[in-house]
Ligand binder design. Structure first.
Ligand code: FUC
Length: 947
């Protein structure tokens, strides 16, 4: 396999709009008399649907995923294609990105920056500070499973749907008088992709199934009903491909015959068939790739084979709907929703289609649930869906906009668990980033620059103009505090506090005093990817860095207070915070992007990084900082509305925070164009980049609810295009679950459920007229104060729901609480500041001296995630078992890098084959997720034995 080069991608990145990668423009023509199919109406229009197959166009195929496994389903009549991904298949293998030339040139680089010799500073950075290698590695595909049925000629009544309420792709058609149906879903509880084929005439299903792949692979027929493809990821940047994987497809038929030989699975004359796809990967974590990938693939498949299809389906539904059903939204429906989805996109600019905004909102939630679950990798630039060995920007994690954007809707749209992979990644980056901090800055703590990958590269990559940005790790760390604000989970804060502290430590060690202004500044850094002078982006103390560092220092100080730790460190960061440069208004009335009042070299540049303070942060607000708020508006006017998909999506959030409903809605409509949305509703940079989907979902949430200033502001940017509607289940900082119903642009009814006792401030236009306010849980009338004409303030109690309404409005049954999840309960964090127990338990060493340590890495009210590290003693061991008892009925729902058995409360985890032997002092780690319906106490003791 040739070394995959990064240059093409980089060229596109440098061009910004990715001109070289522009897809062929697409169009769709309205169908006369079209009506949405019954199954779409049954899903409340929360379905994508088409009356044509995807053909060869990946951007017409429909995505399914369970966080780890992903597939794009093409729905062709003649040959069904499932393009397959597994989220740990990365090119290359573990590497240490730190540049070992050391920090010797840093002083000279800083001198050049302060002397305004920016390009000379960049030259020296390119010579001495680039990572090793100088680019990061790509996320890569597994391959395809193709089911060849024969000719499609004569097929009629075709349609295919992606039902967001069931996370299922269904294709149906009539051929030779027989109605065929295929249903595909990716199950998280059973860790397989399932395709169910049925026909309404017995014995009509015949096909051959085969795997193919762009990777180095071998195909096989491991048994009479199974095929496999065994492969290894590609080399890149001089790093050998090392992630091994095995995909298996197994068929169970009713009627007819099934056989497999030479890598072809043959099904003949069946009435119904269930195909199970299981994939194992040898990626254990960013530094270990010797996992038992074959064992994982086989174990998952064998377990799923024992479960009937109906069971697989109902387990999938229960798991998925527990997350998806937490938020409902209705923005109204017009006849535009009766057209196929691609037609709706093509016509959006000229039609009134409010339901499309609801669909887009829920699609973002669907994509997050499908690409990011506890224990999986975070959603990358393409979520988990990628068919290319050399995807745009390597389909990795770009931190200066894209990765944070992916997770903006996680908490606001009630998907807190889906956020957890980011914090696992941050924990990895504290390790690799500490190496880079030490080697390249001579600093403590940890640092990450503008990108990372599956190997957690943390150094400067791609060249100084793009990569010399120091605050990637800082931004990611602020997410820890943000997440805590929503959940109030002190155990989570405690487990992640070391990452917050390490990120702050790096800046305490590296910030330098500006020679003339005196502020503490980052040097060298940049305002992401935007040259302030010709070919020069590198500078000291760009506005975005100062804003991020204010948030970081605040977060670590406040977290230290909550946890009652590190008083001295807290005062150090607060002192440093007070020496950061404030955000200023520039000569054009704009927010100044750099310390000097420079005019950007590209007036319409896609990054508007210096408004980080407006969103996602809360440093620029309408009522708190009116001058900066006006300057933010002016900044957006100067930059213009145009931009890449993600840039438009960020601007929706910006305008929503400016409380400008009309402009936010205009930007939302700009995003729904054929050059910004693919037929399958994937956002187009172009090319496809999933951040725009997540950013749009976040933007719609921001139009309906704000909670960034210590109050809940209902309908802060409700556009005239959504005159009547309802949303329920949105989450606000402070632990609130919020619903609101409105007509003629006015709230009729507001519902707020509090997780914890506290003081609630509610802002809404409703409060400027007459209204009623009750504690709907005990029917009492809370006493209120009125700090502002449109604000009421009241004391709230944990678990109580408060309802405000126009007089005479009948309470809506669907508004007052989120739909009750069937599996894991709605996140309701610890009501008090008592941490969920997060023990670090060391087991009694076994006679061989081997021991295990155990930590809870995150917890939520439906369960927790833990990590156990087994370390051999003075002698090597051949195998090990760790056992414990769950105190309150927890059940392991997912485990990685180990196999387990659970009998009642008793759990035993044994090594998987690859690390059956541990050398003296060697260690290995496994992780698990345990869910519970009862109390969430983790076990307090574990035992390690060896063989
Ligand atoms: C940054 C952005 C590009 C693109 C890439 C993945 O480099 O400037 O527009 O989103 O990340």
């Amino acid at each position: 396999m040739p070394d995959v080069t990064r240059r093409n991608v980089l060229r596109a990145g440098a061009a910004g709009a990715g001109a070289a990668l522009l897809p062929v423009a697409w169009s769709a023509v309205a169908r006369a008399g079209s009506v949405a199919p019954p199954q779409v109406l049954a899903a409340g229009d929360l379905a994508l649907w088409y009356d044509e197959p995807a053909g060869t166009d990946w951007l017409r195929a429909l995505p399914i995923g369970n966080g780890r496994l992903g597939a794009m389903v093409f729905g062709n009549v003649d040959t069904e294609r499932l393009q397959l991904n597994e989220d740990t298949i990365w090119a290359g293998g573990p590497y240490d990105s730190a540049n070992t030339r050391g920090a010797a040139n840093l002083a000279e680089i800083r001198r050049r920056v302060f002397a305004d010799q920016w390009t000379q500073a960049q030259d020296l950075i390119n010579q001495t500070m680039m990572g090793n290698p100088g680019g990061q590695l790509a996320y890569q595909p597994v391959g395809n499973l193709r089911l060849a049925f024969g000719s499609a000629s004569g097929a009629s009544q075709y349609n295919r749907t992606l039902d967001l309420t069931t996370a299922t792709v269904t294709t149906t058609y009539v051929l030779n008088g027989v109605r065929y149906q295929r249903e595909s879903f990716a199950s998280a509880p059973d860790q397989v992709i399932v395709i169910r084929l049925t026909a309404d005439r017995a014995g009509s299903i015949t096909f051959n199934a085969t795997f193919d792949s762009p990777q180095r692979t071998t195909v096989s027929s491991p048994d009479a009903a199974t095929i496999g493809v065994d492969g290894i990821s590609g080399a890149m940047e001089g790093v050998n491909g090392s992630v091994r994987f095995l995909a298996l497809a197994h068929a169970v038929a009713t009627g007819g015959t099934v056989s497999s030989s030479g890598g072809t699975l043959r099904v003949s004359g069946a009435t119904s068939v269930t195909v199970l796809i299981s994939i194992g990967s040898s990626y254990v974590n960013f530094r270990t790739v010797n996992g038992d990938y074959q064992g994982i693939a086989r174990t998952r498949l064998n377990a799923a084979r024992t479960v009937a299809f109906d069971q697989l389906r109902s387990r999938h539904l229960a798991d998925y709907q527990a997350l998806f059903n937490r938020v409902t939204i209705d923005l109204g429906r017009t006849a535009a929703a009766d057209q196929p989805t691609d037609v709706r996109i093509a016509q959006h600019a000229s039609t009134n289609d409010p339901q499309f905004s609801a669909l887009l909102f829920q699609y973002g939630r669907y994509l997050l649930i499908s690409s990011s679950r506890p224990g999986t990798q975070p959603a990358n630039l393409q979520g988990i869906w990628n068919d290319s060995m050399t995807p745009p920007w390597d389909s990795k994690y770009t931190i200066n906009a894209n990765l944070p954007m992916n997770y903006w809707p996680a908490d606001t749209t009630n998907l807190a668990e889906c956020f957890l992979p980011v914090f696992d990644m941050v924990r990895d980056l504290t390790v690799t980033g500490a190496r880079v901090a030490q080697a390249q800055y001579g600093a403590g703590g940890w640092v990450t620059h503008h990108n990372t990958d599956g190997w957690r590269g943390a150094s400067v990559v791609d060249g100084a103009l793009w990569g010399m940005w120091q605050t990637g790790g800082a931004w990611l760390s602020t997410l820890i505090w943000e997440h805590y604000l929503f959940t109030g989970d002190v155990g989570f804060l405690q487990a992640n506090y070391p990452a917050l502290k390490g990120a702050a430590q790096f800046f305490l060690d590296t910030l330098v005093a500006h020679p003339t202004l005196g502020y503490l500044v980052t040097n060298p850094s940049n305002s992401p990817e935007l040259p302030h002078h010709s070919n020069a982006s590198v500078c000291a103390g760009p506005t975005m860095d100062n804003q991020i560092l204010r948030d970081l220092f605040d977060a670590v100080a406040r977290a230290g207070e909550v946890l009652g730790v590190d008083a001295t460190f807290r005062s150090q960061v607060r002192t440093a915070r007070d020496r950061l440069a404030p955000t200023r208004v520039g000569s054009r009335g704009n927010v100044q992007e750099w310390l000097a009042d420079w005019v950007e070299t590209e007036r319409n540049h896609r990054h508007v990084s210096h408004l980080y303070g407006l969103h996602p942060s809360n440093q620029i607000t309408k009522r708190g900082t009116p001058a900066l708020y006006e300057a933010a508006r002016r900044t957006l006017e100067l930059r213009g509305d145009d931009g890449t998909g993600w840039s438009l999506a960020w601007k929706i959030n910006y305008w929503a925070r400016l409380e400008d409903a009309t402009r936010a809605h205009k930007l939302l409509r700009d995003l729904v164009r054929t050059d910004r949305l693919a037929p399958n509703m994937f956002d187009l940079h172009p090319p496809f980049q999933i951040d725009g989907n997540f950013g749009a979902t976040s933007g719609i949430a921001e139009m309906l609810l704000h909670s960034h200033t210590g109050e809940l502001h209902l309908l802060p940017a409700l556009p005239s295009g959504w005159p009547t509607g309802q949303v329920a289940g949105l989450r606000g900082r402070g632990g609130y679950t919020v619903g609101v119903r409105w007509t003629s642009g006015q709230a009729d009814e507001i519902s707020v459920r509090a997780d914890r006792d506290g003081t609630l401030r509610l802002r809404a236009r409703l409060f400027t007229g007459s209204f009623t306010l009750v504690d709907a849980t005990d029917d009492s009338t809370p006493s209120t104060t009125r700090p502002d004409t449109d604000v009421v303030q009241l004391a709230v109690r944990a678990g109580h729901t408060y309802r405000a309404a126009r007089p005479g409005v009948t309470p809506s049954p669907t508004l007052s609480s989120t739909p009750t999840p069937t599996v894991s309960p709605t996140l309701s964090p610890t009501p008090t500041l008592t941490p969920t127990p997060t023990p670090t338990v060391t087991s009694t060493p076994s006679p061989s001296g081997a021991r295990a340590t155990y930590t809870v890495t995150s917890s939520w009210s439906g369960g927790f995630q833990g990590e156990v590290t087994v370390t051999a003693g003075a002698a090597p061991t051949r195998g090990w078992t760790v056992s414990w008892t769950f105190p309150s009925g927890q059940v392991i729902s997912q485990i990685w890098s180990g196999t387990h058995t659970q009998s009642g409360a008793n759990v035993r985890v044994t090594n998987v084959d690859y690390n059956g032997s541990l050398p003296a002092g060697g260690s290995t780690t496994f992780g698990f997720i345990a869910s519970t319906a009862g109390a969430n106490n983790p076990p307090t003791d574990i035992t390690c034995t060896t063989t």
